[in-house]
Design a protein around this ligand. Structure first.
Ligand code: SAM
Length: 294
């Protein structure tokens, strides 16, 4: 039976590991009449893996405008459509915004089916505060504009997450080093894949790592937040203290002085003006006795 109006489902798909797909996404992909995919061949492989056989239509940055008109007409005529991108969540540095915007305008139900996205995977694994963060997507390629972009990021009091292509990573790290050499950061590479790698350290250390071993695959940069109101020396110290290993050491040190773990976490968080949750996460491997597992 044809419905009055269709629904647009925003479906998150894996960013590497094919197991990272929700049961709900699989059900919706199996139920809709049409799947709009950034790369139909790539999505076909995913669908074949899950034995889902549905018509696919391409929806990518080069046909986003014209294809949106066509898809909105179908939605208006009662067709349910699932929107997927090559990896992760559609609309996050991927096509999707245009059809979502026009669907809302046309009062078509837009239903998010959440799942993987590299920004959240990297943010949570980096170990910096997650209570507030800013996602900056891909920065400019032009060196001068990139410098302005990184300068802007350097002043924000929130953890910053950036996407970067592997062949531009070293150049971007160099700009970060020039502007904020003491800012702890993490590079999360090939998340959920066989060669997953998370490198944490100061910009200089990370540059050394990737100079010795050229970055390959997809990567996300996560930068510790700027702490306003401190002198530049205090700023450097606070930023260094924010690394998960430094936080966990600080907790251990207090515990070595006879303070219980809970109180130690509270004291470290208060001393640095950061959330207890951040310190708790950094110290998660420390047992209540204060001796780390070998
Ligand atoms: N829509 C995707 C999402 O939700 O994350 C992002 C697509 S964007 C075109 C591709 C960028 O996302 C890559 O250049 C990289 O910065 C990041 N990315 C995607 N998958 C990744 C992975 N498995 N590991 C690390 N970064 C990844």
């Amino acid at each position: 039976m044809q419905k009055d109006i269709g629904r647009l489902y925003i479906c998150a798909t894996p960013i590497g590991n094919l197991e990272d797909i929700t049961l709900r996404v699989l059900r919706i992909l199996d139920e809709v009449e049409l799947i709009a995919a950034e790369d139909t061949r790539r999505t076909r492989k995913l669908l074949n893996h899950y034995e889902i056989h549905k018509p696919l239509i391409s929806y990518h940055e080069h046909n986003e405008i014209s294809r949106t008109l066509e898809l909105i007409d179908k939605l208006k005529s009662g067709v349910d459509i699932a929107l997927v991108s090559d990896a992760g969540t559609p609309g996050i540095s991927d096509p999707g915004q245009e059809i979502i915007r026009q669907a809302i305008e046309a009062e078509i139900p837009v239903i998010p089916i959440p799942g993987p996205t590299a920004v959240v995977a990297a943010l949570t694994a980096a170990g910096f505060p997650t209570d507030a963060f800013a996602f900056w997507g891909f920065g400019p390629r032009n060196r001068r504009r990139k410098r302005l972009f990184i300068k802007d990021i350097s002043k924000w009091p929130h953890t910053a997450v950036l996407y970067e292509a592997p062949h531009r990573l070293l150049d971007t790290l160099q700009v970060i080093y020039d502007i904020m050499p003491k800012r702890p950061l993490a590079v999360c590479r090939e998340l959920t894949k066989i060669h997953e790698e998370i490198i944490r350290g100061l910009p200089g250390e990370i540059i050394d790592h990737f100079t010795a071993d050229a970055p390959r695959g997809e990567c996300v940069l996560v930068l510790a937040p700027f702490t306003p109101g401190l002198s530049s020396t205090e700023q450097d110290i606070a930023q260094q203290k924010l690394t998960p290993s430094a936080l966990s050491e600080a907790v251990l040190e207090l515990m070595g002085q006879g303070v219980d773990k809970r109180t130690a976490i509270k004291q470290v968080a208060e001393a640095l003006g950061i959330s207890r949750r951040t310190v708790y996460q950094a110290a998660i491997d420390i047992p209540a006795t204060g001796h780390k597992e070998p």
